[in-house]
Design a protein around this ligand. Structure first.
Ligand code: SF4
Length: 214
């Protein structure tokens, strides 16, 4: 049951290009929800977080267009960022973990405005209905429950990860994305080596980082 007076906590909303994965280069409104179930986002707790390598600031509502939104206001804000009278509307709900807040009401409403709806999730929570593009980025120490979708994007390497296990899952596209840390060059080389030996996989790069776009 969805509460009529539900309020969504949103870190930021902005128009950009999808920087990684299958939809790289696609104009998209990014709606980043606040909060994540795998880390509280506090630096002091990073070491004990499931994904201590997280590179996203998802706490609070203080980013561009961030705030506490009611359903109608959130949908209108997302729509207002798309070029007027232009088609191909595409919204990416991300986080943090977007599925903590994204629900079928919001999906239905934004689709009425003509948007295709994508989500980038860690795959630990059941998905609401009506999502057009599901991208799952599993984290090795968490329990993956979303085992099908459009793309799976694995940050690589993660300690004790067995990529061949993910190959059994029901996704259309399999991506490895080099872990962005002080060893990023080595991580990229390892990722490329893995993809060349295991061509079910493709390399995903975080192009927005070197293009220096948000
Ligand atoms: S699931 Fe994603 S957003 Fe959440 S802590 Fe891990 S890397 Fe960060």
């Amino acid at each position: 049951m969805i509460k009529a007076n539900k309020v969504y906590s949103v870190k930021e909303i902005f128009l950009t290009l999808q920087g990684e994965g299958y939809n790289i280069g696609t104009p998209s409104v990014f709606c980043r929800f606040s909060g994540c179930n795998l880390w509280n986002g506090l630096e002091k707790d990073r070491k004990k977080a499931i994904c201590s390598f997280c590179d996203t600031d998802f706490n609070g509502v203080n980013g561009i267009n961030g705030g506490k939104y009611k359903l109608d206001d959130l949908v209108k804000k997302i729509n207002s960022l798309w070029p007027k009278r232009k088609k191909n509307k595409f919204v990416v709900f991300t986080g943090g973990e977007p599925i903590l807040q994204l629900d079928s009401n919001l999906i239905k409403r934004i689709r009425k405005y003509g948007f295709r709806v994508a989500v980038e999730t860690n795959g630990t929570l059941p998905l609401p209905k009506g999502i057009d593009w599901v991208c799952v980025s599993p984290k090795i120490k968490s329990k993956l429950i979303v085992k099908k979708g459009n793309e799976i994007k694995v940050v690589f390497p993660q300690k004790n990860i067995t990529l061949s296990e993910y190959e059994k899952l029901n996704f259309q596209h399999f991506y490895i994305q080099p872990l962005e840390n002080k060893n990023v060059v080595l991580n990229t080389k390892k990722s490329i080596r893995y993809v060349l030996k295991n061509p079910k996989w493709k390399l995903s790069i975080q192009s927005h980082k070197f293009l220096k776009i948000k």
